[in-house]
Ligand binder design. Structure first.
Ligand code: NAX
Length: 331
């Protein structure tokens, strides 16, 4: 039998946490044969609710779940973890300035970076979900210099999955037959959902999405806006932000990272830019990646047209501004 893996979920008493922890305990994140020990962190005002989540995990009698740590102590939460899913953060409230929200998150991610660096298992993989996700991940990277940058990522898989979903609905095909959409850049409305390399499996082989949709007007405008604005549409409908889809996508992100992407398939992950595709190095930017042996690699050599170039640069520009704002909070 495999040794249990320890998985940290911060903000575990929140909405996404509530959807995510049972998925992890059922083996959806790390595989049906991988026992897990859940580490759940939240802040003291949420301690009682967090304990309630722990009670429900016990009540669900998950066969793969070998232990639960529910705590408000960052060091206890981070100790020995193999995977860290950072969902906890400070939400933007009515009337708050961008800088004030950034400042709160910078201080949270700075201190959690130190705790992970000092106490997580060697080679711990980190996924930041909490917004601003890319910049929180960058702060975490900066303040955990001994964690290799290849181990730090942010979630854009939800945006990626939303793009797959829109193409599947439009063409009335199975979502599992659509692949290789790309989310470039920031997990914000400046992201660029790109279908130029996406294909659909049909009875006569793989066909480009553009050839099947035959509506460049929709692909270049309506589709992009729908994916960019999907989070807002969910809030309008549910009066709450995306939770089950965010949790499921976080599982997809970690599963593919740890267990590998299928041959010929790439997925989107926010990772530390090395300058690929002319994206400034030193940003956490969403790229198309393949994963093998527990490591991601940016897909190289995709042709980029002028339309894409502009959109990729605009979202990079926004990330550079966020980075500058985050650094100004440190002064
Ligand atoms: P909730 O407000 O329901 O839950 C957040 C939880 O984090 C709360 O229980 C809170 O007490 C806790 N928390 C706050 N500060 C903490 C700290 N310092 N340490 C540990 N826990 C702390 O929000 P929820 O809907 O679960 O969303 C969580 C985060 O995900 C938000 O930042 C949200 O913006 C972000 N999202 C990111 C997405 C992505 O694709 N990257 C999509 C979904 C989601 O909007």
């Amino acid at each position: 039998a495999k040794e249990p893996m320890r998985v940290l979920v911060t903000g575990a008493a929140g909405q996404i946490g509530y959807a995510l922890v049972p998925m992890i305990a059922r083996g959806i994140m790390l595989g049906a044969d991988q026992p897990v020990i859940l580490h759940m962190l939240d802040i003291p005002p949420a301690a009682e609710a967090l304990n309630g989540v722990k009670m429900e995990l016990v009540d669900a009698a998950f066969p793969l779940l070998k232990g639960v740590v529910a705590t408000t102590d960052v060091v206890e939460a981070c100790t020995g973890v193999n995977v860290a899913v950072m969902v906890g953060g400070f939400p933007r409230k009515e009337g708050m300035e961008r800088k004030d929200v950034m400042s709160k998150n910078v201080s949270i991610y700075k201190s959690q970076a130190s705790a992970l660096e000092a106490h997580a298992a060697p080679n711990c993989k980190v996924l930041v979900v909490a917004n601003p996700a890319n910049t929180n991940a960058l702060i975490l990277k900066e303040f955990a210099p001994s964690i290799p940058e290849k181990n730090i990522s942010c979630l854009t898989r939800l945006d990626h999955n939303r793009a797959l979903g829109q193409i599947s609905e439009r063409l009335d095909v199975q979502v599992s037959d659509v692949k290789n959409v790309i989310i470039w850049g920031n997990h914000s409305s400046s992201q660029y959902p790109d279908v130029n390399h996406a294909t659909v499996k049909t009875s006569s082989g793989e066909k480009p999405v553009r050839e099947l949709v035959k509506d460049d007007e929709w692909l270049n405008a309506g589709f992009i806006a729908t994916v960019q604005q999907r989070g807002a549409a969910i809030i309008k409908a549910r009066k709450l932000s995306s939770a089950l889809s965010a949790a499921s996508s976080a599982c997809d992100h970690i599963r593919d990272w740890v267990l590998g992407t299928p041959e010929g398939t790439f997925v989107s992950m926010g990772v530390y830019s090395d300058g690929s595709y002319g994206v400034p190095a030193g940003l956490i930017y969403s790229f198309p990646v393949t994963c093998c042996g527990g490591e991601w690699t940016i897909v190289q050599g995709l042709p980029i047209d002028e339309f894409s170039r502009k959109k990729m640069d605009a979202t990079a520009q926004e990330l550079s501004e966020e980075k500058a704002l985050a650094y100004s909070c440190l002064e």
